[in-house]
Design a binder for this molecule. Sequence first.
Ligand code: PRP
Ligand code: URA
Length: 208
Amino acid sequence: MSVHEIRHPLVRHKLGLMRQKNISTRSFRQLAGEVGNLLTYEASKDLELEDYTLDGWCGDISAERIKGKKITVVPILRAGLGMLDGVLEMIPSAKISVVGLYRDEETLEPVSYFDKLAGDIDQRMALVVDPMLATGGSMNATIDLLKNAGCTSIRALVLVAAPEGIKAVQQAHPDVDIYTASVDDHLNENGYIIPGLGDAGDKIFGTE
Ligand code: PRP
Ligand code: URA
């Protein structure tokens, strides 16, 4: 498994803005979508292409199109919804598979409350989107769910990752690549990423 920390200047700039203490809900939400969009661009860089012939304005021409598995985007509720529009701007025809999990505040263990996956998920590449990879519990539970449903190709897109969460995903799912705007320093005693973004779900939904 590889961890891809995207060091593109636009990503660095936008993530910096997201770290501001008093950022508005509107700005945080907009930036989450924009960085999600840029992560999608990076996470799709190595998709295989095939040649085909199309009817162009000057006659038949050769063009390229993406070959192989189609994509399902998998937002982890709630906060993953904040990245969804940005991902879909890049891959508008993707199916959406929703996974509902929240992290128990005491145990930090993920608690499942909903899922609805694309019916043909065994034929698709899954792009799991969630702003925060902290302990890795939510991401690992989602990957377990996807694999149990037959999905064999999975990538994780997160705005910020803690080293602890990366290690947990690496150990449980070495086949899953992680794309992130930043590998941050550590988790604090409450399981929050430092420096991180704070509570991403609350910031996206304005529920702080
Ligand atoms: C946050 C975040 C991840 C999870 C990360 O969700 O969006 O899903 O915590 O933590 P972990 O790596 O330790 O599992 P939260 O439980 O706060 O729910 P929310 O999206 O509804 O705000
Ligand atoms: N969930 C968040 O929203 N932020 C963190 O730092 C960790 C988990």
